[in-house]
Ligand binder design. Structure first.
Ligand code: UDP
Ligand code: MG
Length: 322
């Protein structure tokens, strides 16, 4: 069986089109299929619409969160509830065309465990494209694992790797990184990312920044190590500077118009204080990002809560790592 996981948040405008195109594509794969739709606490008609469809079509199964828990949580829930031997993840907005999925599924049948999508072109505005471009390269330089450039969550996975993924208990999930961390056999397929078929993006800037930070912080100690290096560098430089200034004092030397016997130097003093306190605050912030995530993990709260569902036997909330 093939499962297709679709996270959705306030996507009611596009659901009929999504259902039609996805079902049509799924029927062409020549295997039994299920659509696992996850309503991420939408405020619009999304759940009601999906419920109607799910009650009429046994292929469509639905879970509804008790509130908005975020895209990664919705995908995680879908992956936990999916029963297929091959599992696909796509967005609800049809930016990743369902008609392309058969190519990914074929690769998976050939024996690959992850067939991820490489976005050759994005039909989004220049600023967003530039930002994504820079982010993926920065992430690659920071992360301790080789996360492929320009690939999102859109992918097809084997049951084997999915079981491994679902066994990981961590809560701050950056799925496109975790699936690389797991290993197994990966392959990328190029495709053109479409513009949104309807509606506005549901990822706010804050959510995007969060996701971006999760990617970097969950896969690297490097930001903290950079801070250590920076601290050591500044410390060393100030020692050298002290030696130079003492020598200038003893020799009564003037360098760049500065002589230690004069009590001038307000500007350089203020600048170094500002620079150092800025660096320290930045450092605290970076350390705080890690501590906040440790806090999240130790609290042990579930990543999401399922309030209602259609088509699953499982009652209550199914979570990863349990
Ligand atoms: N989404 C979600 N919860 C959220 C935000 C987004 O489930 O809090 C879903 C959304 O409905 C869509 C997918 O995640 O199916 C990708 O969101 P969007 O298209 O807004 O992101 P973008 O494509 O701009 O990265
Ligand atoms: Mg989108």
């Amino acid at each position: 069986m093939i499962s297709v996981v679709v996270p959705m948040y306030n996507e009611s405008d596009g659901i009929p089109m999504l259902y039609e195109r996805l079902s049509k594509a799924a029927q062409s794969w020549g295997e039994d299929y299920e659509l696992v739709w996850v309503d991420d606490g939408s405020q619009d008609e999304t759940y009601a619409l999906c419920q109607k469809l799910a009650e009429a079509d046994p292929h469509l199964k639905l879970i509804g969160f008790t509130r908005n828990f975020g895209h990664q949580a919705a995908v995680t829930a879908g992956l936990c509830y999916a029963n297929g031997d091959i599992i696909a993840i796509i967005d609800a907005d049809l930016q990743d065309p369902p008609e392309e999925l058969h190519k990914f599924i074929d690769k998976c049948r050939e024996g690959y465990d992850v067939v991820y999508a490489i976005r050759t072109r994005r039909k989004e505005n220049l600023f967003k494209r530039l930002f994504y471009w820079a982010y993926y390269r920065f992430l690659a330089s920071m992360a301790d694992i080789k996360i492929p450039l320009d690939s999102g969550d859109f992918c097809v996975m084997s049951r084997q790797i999915l079981d491994a993924l679902n066994s990981l208990p961590e809560r701050n999930r950056f799925i496109r990184g975790l699936r690389v961390w797991l290993g197994f056999r990966h392959i990328g397929l190029a495709y053109e990312r479409q513009a949104r078929a309807y509606g506005e993006p549901k990822y706010t800037l804050a959510k995007l920044v969060n996701l971006g930070l999760d990617g970097i912080i969950n896969f690297s100690y490097r930001p903290m190590r950079l801070l250590t290096l920076m601290g050591a560098g500044i410390g060393l430089a100030s020692c050298l500077l002290a030696v130079v200034v003492v020598a200038m004092y003893l020799g009564n030397l003037t360098v760049l118009g500065y002589n230690p016997h004069q009590a001038t130097g307000w500007t350089s003093l203020i600048i170094s204080i500002l620079f150092l306190s800025g660096t320290q605050l930045f450092g605290l912030g970076v350390v705080g990002e890690y501590i906040g995530r440790i806090f999240d993990e130790t609290k042990g709260r579930p990543m999401y809560l399922v309030g209602r569902q259609v088509g699953f036997d499982h009652q209550g909330t199914k979570l990863p790592g349990r």
